[in-house]
Every structure is written in C-alpha cells, then in structure tokens.
Design a binder for this molecule. Structure first.
Ligand SMILES: Nc1ncnc2c1ncn2[C@@H]1O[C@H](COP(=O)(O)OP(=O)(O)OP(=O)(O)O)[C@@H](O)[C@H]1O
Ligand SMILES: [Mg+2]
Length: 259
C-alpha cells in the first residue's frame, strides 16, 4: 500500500497508464473521498508544466475540467491527486461504437464548455482524444444513462499556456487527432484543439469503422493530403454508417471544425 497526502492506493489499483505516467485509483479513509493519483517521474518533460496548468485551473470554477485536489513530490516522483473519473470516452465508445445525436449533443456541450474555459485561461490542450476525456457518473447510479454523466477534459500533460496572438511550434499530441498545422510542423494556436474536437465528434457519431476509413484516406499519404488540403483542393471526406442518423446541422458543425 502507498500513501500520498492521506490517500492510499495499491499497484493493482491501476486505472490507466500513458506516455507520461501511471494513474491509480486511491481512497482517503478519513474523508471517505476517492481520487485518481497520477504518478509521474518528476523532472520528466512537461511534468512541471502539467502541475502549473492544474494549479491555474484550481482558480477556475468549471465542472468540465478534471480538478487537482492536491499534489506531492517524493524523490523522483510527482503525485497529482485528481478528481476521479468513472470511465474514459474511449471505454464508453468501445461499449457503444457510435452515439445518438442527442447524446453527442450533451457530451459535446460539456466538452465545448471545458475547451472555452481553457481558452479563456490561455491554455491549449494539444491532446484531445477519447482516452483523455472522462465521464463522471454524477449520482453514482448503478446503470447511468448518458444524461447522468458529466463529461470532463483530462490529461494536461501536453498542454501549455498560450497568450492571445502567440503561436506554438512544438510537435506533440496524438497523430490520429493532430491538427494539420501541427503535422505540417507549422506554428499553431488554440484552433488546433478544434480540429481534434472535430475528429472526436466525427468518431462519436460515425462509429469506429467509418472514422477509421476517413482517417485512412489522410494517413495513406499524409503530407500530400495536407498540402492539397491547405490549398483548399481537398476537404476531409466524411463517412457515416448506413444506420447513422445525423442532422445537416451537426454535419456542418463537423465540417466547420475540420477546416
Ligand atoms: N482523473 C482520472 N480519473 C480516472 N481515470 C483517469 C484519470 N486520469 C487519468 N485516468 C486514466 O489513466 C489514463 C492515463 O492518464 P493520462 O492521460 O493523464 O496520462 P498520460 O500518461 O499523460 O497519457 P497519454 O498517453 O495520453 O500521454 C487515462 O487515459 C485514463 O484511463
Ligand atoms: Mg492521456
């Protein structure tokens, strides 16, 4: 058993692991509070930045961003004690494949609200993807309906502060959801998050197969695709399952994000 600021966890309580750290489910027996503890090698690229971003977010009242409860540093490790999510959007999509439009509407209202708060705080997320979106079962219902979830943005491991008018240049994020300007090694701003959000929206409404089909068109020849795309000679072809019901309004929103 490991103890961090009153919370305890075991190696077997692993919730997930990523490029930068391992995340465990933890519990504080005194306060009866559950949390997620993200253990990162202290000094690893971005660890200080992730802490600074969480600290900045502590001052923002927004229920669509995962909150930092506390943190600790022991030797080589940094421990971020985080608000606990019940499952990732990736796990939810494995179970449901594609979502009904009213569910997409509800989930993305939360995601948009989180993104707006980040933008207002001059933060660019840079890794919007299903694994980094958490669903929280508000009332701990045994069989929650979509409306019982609050959707929250997580994983600020690749986020950074970006002042209005400033442009970033670092190549980072996850290729599948990465904006063309980042893939083309150009300078970029918050709108890179909007591209990723557009693809995420497409993934949620279209289902895995159709999404992968769209992505494979790009991935076959990424450089050519994005160059043609930049010159407006090409737009992203959107594919949908035959049983996918999508309104023209939502199609327009996706197209508007993928420009
Ligand atoms: N607050 C949380 N509540 C529940 N599960 C979480 C929480 N934070 C992270 N996780 C789980 O741990 C995984 C890895 O966490 P996170 O994305 O923060 O780490 P990472 O190493 O930066 O990942 P990446 O591979 O995206 O860079 C998540 O995909 C999720 O499954
Ligand atoms: Mg992650």
């Amino acid at each position: 058993m490991f103890y961090v600021k009153g919370f305890h966890y075991k190696e077997s309580d692993l919730l997930g692991s990523g490029t930068f750290g391992k995340v465990y489910k933890a519990f504080n027996p005194d306060t009866k509070q559950s949390s997620a503890i993200k253990k990162i090698e202290h000094g690893q690229r971005g660890s200080k930045q992730e802490l600074e971003i969480f600290q900045k977010l502590q001052s923002i009242e927004n229920e669509n961003l995962i909150k930092l409860i506390d943190f600790d540093i022991h030797g080589d490790s940094m421990f971020l004690i985080l608000e606990l999510g019940d499952l990732t959007l990736k796990e939810y999509l494995i179970e449901h494949d594609h979502l009904k439009e009213h569910v997409v509407h509800q989930f993305f209202r939360d995601i948009a609200n989180g993104l707006r708060a980040l933008k207002n705080a001059n933060i660019i997320h840079r890794d919007i993807k299903p694994e980094n979106i958490l669903l929280c079962n508000k009332k701990s219902l045994p069989t929650p309906a979509p409306k019982d979830y609050v959707v929250k943005l997580a994983d600020f491991g690749t986020s950074r502060f970006l002042q209005l008018g400033e442009l970033a240049q670092t190549f980072c994020g996850t290729i599948t959801y990465m904006a063309p300007e980042i893939q083309l090694r150009k300078r970029y701003n918050n709108s890179a998050d909007l591209w990723s959000t557009g693809l995420l929206l497409l993934r949620c409404i279209a289902g895995a197969d159709c999404f992968l089909h769209t992505i494979s068109v790009m991935e076959d020849d990424l450089a050519t695709f994005f160059l043609e795309y930049e010159n407006s000679a090409k737009s992203l072809p959107l594919h949908f399952n035959s049983d996918c019901e999508i309104s023209n309004g939502l199609k327009k929103i996706i197209e508007g994000l993928l420009i």
